[in-house]
Design a protein around this ligand. Structure first.
Ligand code: C2G
Length: 128
């Protein structure tokens, strides 16, 4: 069974997220999403609209997602990849190169971001 892993906040879910999750899932047979805990979002200088629990429940409803676990720090990726026997690590290419240190443990793939949509953009447009 080929296991794929990806990380993110996944707040105000949009089609850019869905495109990423679909392509990530298509790279294997099983997709783990490591979802940023509210405390970790603070480290990323992000404040999610939805709580971790709500963002987790939303992701679990997506057909491409097999399991959702919490992301609590920047350092957990190595242990996650090892502990969950992950074959492929996937992120959008806004992270291009940032996680290449994982290449000694698994495949590392950066996928093109979906243009024209972002959680920030949604927040700004809804405010108007
Ligand atoms: N994404 C995308 N296209 C967009 C927006 C997002 O492909 N228009 C991708 C991002 O590249 C990322 C995933 O969707 O792979 C989740 O995006 P965010 O929730 O913004 O995640 P981020 O804050 O980048 O968290 O440890 C890594 C971090 O947790 C990544």
């Amino acid at each position: 069974m080929k296991k794929v892993i990806t990380y993110g906040t996944y707040d105000l879910l949009h089609f850019g997220h869905i495109n990423l999750l679909r392509r990530a899932r298509e790279l294997g047979d099983y997709l783990l999403v490591v979802l940023s805990a509210d405390e970790f979002n603070a480290l990323k200088h992000k404040t999610a609209y939805h709580s971790y629990e709500d963002r987790k429940g939303i992701l679990e409803a997506i057909r491409y997602v097999d399991v959702v676990i919490p992301e609590e720090n920047w350092e957990q990726k190595r242990t996650d990849v090892h502990e969950y026997h992950v074959d492929t690590f996937v992120m959008g290419n806004d992270w291009e190169g940032k996680f290449d240190f994982l290449k000694e443990y698994c495949d590392v793939i950066y996928l093109p971001r979906t243009a024209g949509v972002s959680t920030t953009k949604i927040k700004e447009n809804v405010k108007r």
